[in-house]
Design a binder for this molecule. Structure first.
Ligand SMILES: *Cc1c(COP(=O)(O)O)cnc(C)c1O
Length: 419
């Protein structure tokens, strides 16, 4: 039985509850969209001010002076990020955007030959990844069929078996999400990596929906590369600089797309006509880092350093379980869960309903921020660092009210320009 009393008890026992006060939460609103854009924390706001002031105070000398010298900022933040994905500090760099990092990694690691020339992906992946893969294939003058897509049997999830079965001898590189952006399914990265390597395939993962929510052990499992954004579960702010990981066994490879910020730091200002690449993941940087878009990440990551990703995952699983229990109890047979019900679910739930678009509009009007995924999905992400069990309980009550009173019928069942 889920009750508000139960929710309050769970909040009292929650060791992470104290972090909610560190975020800007709007009075009267329950924010459940942290898997699309995480909220601003006071620490992130402070680190933005710190970096802005270093520009004000030092001018050009900010590159080497101040609390966070800009010349080393990408590496410094990478070291803070590394534990979240089980990587060594030097295997990570914060740079670019998710999509440009995928381009960089494919330019570096996709070296098609006459017999191995395909890139394996899945049909449920975020389209930007597929667009990037298709264009890399085109740059090599290969046919479109060189992108091989693993099929989903149920339209929501992908089985490890289907992925492994698709690992034919003509596949050079596999690019797969760690957590599927719609259903929130967590893939078995270890099994996929082992199978890929047995088949002579390099494997890279998109961590956009997992980093900051689901822990990884990328170094240990031997994953070749990975890339992600920092604005979803990591709360790095809109358009914040992204990240990439390259296993140390590949240090010295590439970069496929070179630029002077990929230089070894002590050589960069020699300004030689040929590059001496950094001996670590820093080699995959291209140009001058976007300092003001790195700025909030420092404050944002300090919260993760303190709270710890294992504790975050534990609370996240408890929150999504409690939300599913509330929905089952209050709204049984109204929605189908598109997310896995077991612990292969990530940080959000995916509710399927024909009226999903307008139910989302009604939820927003009643103070719950969800997100809609066409044609019929509602994603709800109760976030460990700033959402409570009580908020989960209230949001399901509001959802129940909207559905039973059909308040959603006054809205058009159509997505807005951004959904
Ligand atoms: C959010 C997201 C992206 C976004 O890519 P950008 O380059 O940051 O716009 C890419 N892939 C996945 C799986 C995502 O969830």
């Amino acid at each position: 039985m889920t009750t508000i009393k139960k929710a309050r008890q769970l909040d009292e026992l929650d060791g992470l509850q104290k972090y909610a006060a560190e975020f800007y939460k709007k009075e009267g609103q329950i924010y459940l969209d942290g898997n699309s854009l995480g909220l601003l924390s006071k620490r992130a706001e402070r680190s933005v001010h710190t970096l802005l002031n270093s520009w004000k105070d030092y001018g050009i000398d900010g590159w080497t002076n101040g609390e966070h010298p800009w010349f080393y900022l990408s590496e410094k933040l990478a070291a803070m990020c590394a534990p979240l994905i089980g990587a060594k500090s030097e295997e990570v760099i914060l740079t670019g955007s998710t999509t440009t990092n995928l381009h960089q990694l494919l330019a570096t690691f996709f070296k098609p030959t006459a017999s191995r020339y395909k890139i394996l992906a899945d049909e449920l992946n975020f389209p930007s990844d597929l667009y990037a893969i298709a264009s890399q294939i085109a740059l090599h003058n290969l046919p479109e069929s060189s992108m091989k897509l693993v099929k989903s049997e149920d339209g929501q999830t992908i089985t490890t078996e289907a992925i492994i079965e698709a690992m034919s001898e003509d596949v050079a590189v596999a690019v797969l999400p760690a957590v599927l952006y719609r259903s929130g399914q967590v893939l078995d990265l270890q099994a996929i990596t082992e199978a890929a390597h047995e088949h002579g395939i390099l494997v890279g993962f998109d961590l956009c929906h997992s980093i900051g929510s689901v822990p990884h052990h990328l170094h240990e499992i031997g994953a070749d590369f990975a890339f992600w954004c920092n604005y979803k579960h990591l709360n790095g702010g809109p358009g914040s600089v992204a990240g990439l990981y390259v296993h140390e066994k590949h240090f010295g490879t590439g970069p496929g797309l070179a630029g002077w910020f990929g230089s070894a730091k002590e050589k960069q200002f020699d300004l030689d006509v040929t590059i001496t690449a950094a001996p670590h993941a820093g080699a995959y940087q291209i140009g001058t880092p976007h300092i003001l878009s790195l700025a909030p990440i420092e404050g944002a990551l300090s919260l993760f350093e303190e709270a710890g990703i294992e504790a975050i995952r534990e609370k996240s699983l408890a929150l999504t379980q409690f939300m599913m229990d509330c929905i089952e109890q209050e709204l049984s047979n109204t929605f189908t869960f598109g997310n896995p019900l077991d612990e292969t679910r990530g940080g959000h739930l995916f509710l399927v309903h024909d009226e999903a678009a307008r139910i989302c509009k009604a939820l927003k009007e009643y103070g719950v921020v969800p997100d809609f995924r066409a044609p019929n999905g509602i994603r709800l992400a109760p976030v460990a660092l700033y959402n409570s069990f009580e908020e989960v309980w209230h949001s399901v009550q509001i959802l129940k009210d909207i559905v039973t009173n059909k308040t959603y019928e006054k809205y058009e069942n159509k997505r807005d320009i951004i959904a």
